[in-house]
Ligand binder design. Structure first.
Ligand code: MN
Length: 222
């Protein structure tokens, strides 16, 4: 189902350091569906630009920034953990986390998604939020409350589900949480389709595109 070159690990633990001097070339992972697959919530035009220009741009920028540096032999996750919350490496962190976050976002969506959660997740959602509607409402509130660019996550915090928002390239891995799903709330994710109506975009994603199977698979990383 996930046709990608690197496994999408969501472990919050520091990955092992690669004992190698071989430079890692970061690549844009394949999109797991066609460019038209998420219409009408996410148009072909938006997806082509978002994946082909924005996501690709972060990959290219990351390769340039780490070339010849201490980070050149590290995996993407290793770079994220090694640069998080260090102002001198902010630019590297931003590009590395944006590469990771976008790959995770594409897998958080699927055509004909949304609907009921899986049998595994549903009781967890009820335990943490009461019901699915309340969980969706909390996710929507976080999305509209995020000032400027960022991401809204459904994540495991120890044994509890939580909604967490992060600004800019922020990622919950470095907060010790296990991400299950993410929604991109940067303007480039929805502006062509919804202009300033972020809430309508997020509602459409929650109702029609959210990939509960992917969220359930990520529980294995808790
Ligand atoms: Mn984006």
């Amino acid at each position: 189902m996930h046709n990608q070159t690197q496994p999408m690990t969501a472990s919050p633990r520091m990955p092992p350091i690669v004992n190698s001097n071989v430079a890692v070339i970061h690549e844009l992972p394949p999109l797991p569906y066609e460019f038209t697959a998420l219409e009408p919530i996410i148009s072909e035009k938006t997806l082509k630009i978002h994946y082909g220009k924005h996501h690709q741009g972060y990959v290219d920028q990351l390769n340039k920034l780490v070339s010849g540096s201490d980070f050149a032999a590290m995996s993407l996750e290793q770079i994220i953990f090694a640069t998080a919350n260090k102002s001198e490496y902010e630019h590297i962190f931003d590009n590395a986390a944006q590469v990771w976050n976008h790959t995770f976002f594409w897998h958080s969506l699927k055509p004909q998604g949304g609907g009921d959660a899986t049998d595994v997740l549903q009781p967890m959602i009820e335990a943490s939020f009461g019901d699915m509607k309340s969980m969706q409402r909390e996710m929507l509130t976080a999305a509209t409350a995020q000032f400027g660019s960022g991401w809204v996550w459904l994540a495991m915090d120890r044994n509890q589900l939580k909604i967490v928002k992060t600004g800019n390239a922020g990622n919950v891995l470095t907060k010790g949480l296990v991400p299950l799903l993410v929604i991109d709330v940067w303007e480039h994710a929805y502006y062509l389709d919804f202009q300033n109506r972020r809430a309508d975009y997020v509602t459409g994603v929650l109702d029609k595109l959210i990939n509960w199977d992917f969220a359930t698979e990520n529980l294995q990383r808790v």
